[in-house]
Write a protein that binds this ligand. Structure first.
Ligand code: CA
Length: 707
């Protein structure tokens, strides 16, 4: 008996020692060997797309098509902020690292959701004014006991994974310029890679690599050339400058690489995509035309040095906000009987590209949704074949897709088991025309495109028709055959990113507040759960103690609901975002939403002249639209101006718009660019829209649109 007790004690001690040994490894113990071998460690999800290939495929199969119907909530965690949630959780050894809007970082127990620490970088709220697309953040990178986050105001911060305390912090942008960062950094061989956003406002884009230990800058690759009179940083910039005309550098040029990064360890090539031109209208940006490298391109550089290797420009002479910043997925495919190492992207411009990732040569490009600006991509040149006058040279043009993209930041996935990519696709038209009154104003919305063209028609039926013309669908696409395999219709555009698994499943959240699971082979929906709020982020999956979990970030926000509030599926000020985690047999209860309908107060009488209202419309679209939405219809991300008591009183209105009384909530003073006569016109326009909406709401048999 005594021997037995002793033996048990020994086993217990040994177990403790083993546990101690594992713990001494510490949290976020990820290194190059571990990341490269991520496929043999499928219970952890150690980087954004799980592996360097960014396939967002998990080899886990305990949750599968046979049992997914039994999924239930394991736990949920309420984030501290109520703007958009675009984070993909990272899970390493039982700890989850996520971000919320305003670049907050959280470490959670991945089994229970218990918080371990929280880091708030205290982003000044007026930074929100520089952000085109909500104050979102897409997640962290982890490396050797540290957690790395890029903040909205352009810092890169290394945190101690045990405590969440900063170890170092560097400013990666000129903070006097309208740069922001929303992307998750990526770590490759001891370097942390981060790009930036701001190509609607007045920046020159670049990708940087910092030393993970010290925060020292190792290399920087500009995506567009600067002022030629100052010389070029490298041969690539010299080459790129030959494709521009005019004084583009005075605007900044754009091309910000604001989201995806992938990496091929074999060739040591790092891939990233670049954003649109600044301004959008090429006639203003580069009056003599040209391709304007490296706008709207996929770029490969040496991961160690940042030296240019190749580029593929998806949209030469970009004029529509067709960023090339969608997921860059690496895969090995057999095409025409040959093994090919490819990089794939379902581009904003409507084409799904399959490219040789070693050479940058096009293999195929097919449209995955209806495209009206081009009739195809020339396989010989790799260039789109434009049709009609999509560059709005003679008259405004309405085309599919629009600046919202046929596919945007919501990540797509690739399953090596089915061989299909799964694309969160959408069909939203966009009207483009030159803004004849354009004058560059650094820090403002500088697209040189007349935004009034996308304002809603006054007639409620026409408005409803416009809303109903927008579609969203999850598309399974065979990249070898270049064709659609199946599609699942969503209830409108702007739905969630995608995860696919060896359990034969595809997970996608939706704008209308669901997380769905489909059979990856045929698109049959096998499970659906209500999340009560827009669920747009990329889902992921992991294990703790042998049990498989599926996690997703949910939270109302992001650019579509800011700009196109009329098309938002839900109204009312949003609740805080949440991390939702599911497992087989999960039974936790998700708190019900707090979406009480806010009655529209009777607006002040619309007494202003039509001329003043028209002037106000113009100014509103230039200065207010990007956050407050077309026709002053808020999607509920930020307060709806038509409901605001401020519109009842010019003095109160000006105290905010000119006086900056709410700058701590992100509403900066516009005194630099607006005068009292402008704000009177803007207020008159909002009152006019409010009266229209109020009348519609109170009309007999009203079918409310927007509110
Ligand atoms: Ca853009």
């Amino acid at each position: 008996m005594r021997r037995l007790v002793l033996a048990s004690a020994f086993v217990a001690t040994a177990a403790l020692a083993l546990l101690g040994c594992q713990q001494s490894k510490g949290p976020a113990a990820v290194d190059a060997a571990r990341l490269t071998a991520a496929d043999s460690d499928p219970g952890n999800w150690m980087s954004q797309g799980r592996t360097y290939s960014e396939q967002r495929f998990s080899p886990l199969d305990k949750i599968n098509t046979g049992n997914a119907g039994n999924l239930g909530l394991a736990w949920s965690y309420e984030l501290a902020t109520n703007r958009g949630v675009e984070t993909t959780p990272i899970v390493v050894d039982g700890v989850m690292y996520v971000t919320s809007s305003w670049s907050l970082v959280y470490a959670l127990n991945a089994k229970t959701g218990q918080p371990l620490w929280k880091y708030d970088p205290q982003v000044p709220r007026e930074t929100g004014f520089k952000a085109c697309c909500d104050v979102v953040n897409r997640g962290v990178a982890v490396w050797k006991g540290r957690v790395y986050v890029a903040t909205l105001d352009g810092r890169l911060v290394a945190l101690d994974a045990r405590t969440g305390q900063p170890v170092w912090s560097v400013v990666t942008v000129d903070q006097s310029k309208p740069y922001t960062i929303t992307m998750a950094p990526r770590i490759i061989r001891g370097k942390v890679m981060v790009g930036n956003s701001g190509s609607e406002y007045g920046v020159r884009g670049y990708m940087s690599a910092y030393d993970t230990d010290s925060g020292k800058l190792i290399w920087r690759f500009y995506t567009v050339p600067g002022d030629p009179s100052k010389g070029f940083e490298n041969k690539a910039m010299e080459m790129a400058a030959k494709t521009w005309t005019g004084d583009w550098w005075k605007y900044g040029g754009g091309g910000s690489p604001w989201d995806p990064v992938s990496y091929d360890p074999e060739s040591n090539l790092l891939y990233f995509g670049t954003g649109n031109g600044l301004p959008w209208d090429q006639k203003t940006r580069s009056p003599g035309g040209g391709d304007n490298l490296f706008l709207s391109s996929i770029i490969a550089v040496d991961a160690d040095t940042g030296a240019y290797k190749w580029h593929y420009q998806t949209t030469p002479g970009e004029s529509w906000d067709f960023d090339s910043t969608q997921t860059l997925t690496l895969a090995d495919l057999t095409i025409d009987g040959q093994p090919r190492k490819v990089i794939m992207q379902a581009n904003k411009n409507g084409y799904l590209y399959v490219i040789d990732r070693l050479t940058g040569k096009l293999i195929s490009a097919r449209n995955f949704v209806p495209v009206t600006w081009a009739k195809g991509v020339d396989p010989a040149t790799g260039r789109p074949i434009e049709i009609g006058d999509p560059r709005y040279t003679k008259a405004p043009a309405t085309i599919f897709p629009s600046s919202f993209g046929a596919h945007n930041w919501q990540p797509m996935a690739f399953s090596p088991k089915t061989g299909f990519v799964y694309v969160p696709a959408q069909e939203i038209p966009g009207a483009y025309g030159t803004d004849d009154k354009f004058a560059f104003d650094p820090g403002q919305w500088n697209t040189a495109v007349d935004t009034k063209l996308n304002s809603l028609p006054p007639d409620p039926k026409a408005r409803a028709a416009m809303k109903n013309s927008m579609r969203g669908e999850l598309i399974a696409w065979d990249p070898v055959a270049g064709k659609e395999v199946w599609r699942a219709e969503n209830k409108g555009p702007w739905n969630g990113g995608v995860l696919t698994t060896a359990g034969g499943l595809v997970f996608q959240g939706t704008a209308d507040g669901h997380l769905n699971a489909y059979d990856a082979a045929n698109g049959k929906r096998v499970w659906s759960s209500e999340t009560y709020t827009a669920t747009l982020a990329g889902p992921m999956t992991y294990t703790v103690d042998g049990e498989q979990y599926v996690a997703v970030g949910a939270g109302f926000g992001s650019v579509f609901y800011l700009v196109a509030g009329f098309a938002a599926p839900k109204q009312g000020n949003p609740d805080n975002g949440r991390i939702l985690v599911y497992k087989l047999g999960g039974a936790a209860h998700l708190p019900p939403p707090n979406l009480t309908k806010i009655e529209m107060p009777q607006p002040p009488p619309a007494t202003a002249s039509p001329k003043l209202v028209a002037t106000g419309h113009q100014a509103y679209n230039h200065y207010c639209l990007v956050c407050h939405g077309y026709n002053a219809i808020s999607g509920g991300v930020i307060p709806d101006l038509r409901y605001s008591p401020l519109i009842g009183n010019q003095e109160a209105f000006d105290s905010v718009v000119l006086g900056g009384a709410r700058k701590d909530q992100g509403m900066v003073s516009f005194a630099r660019v607006l005068k009292a006569e402008d704000t009177q016109a803007i207020r008159a326009y909002i009152i006019s829209e409010a009266n229209g909406a109020y009348a519609e709401e109170h009309a007999p048999a009203a079918k409310g649109l927007g509110k």
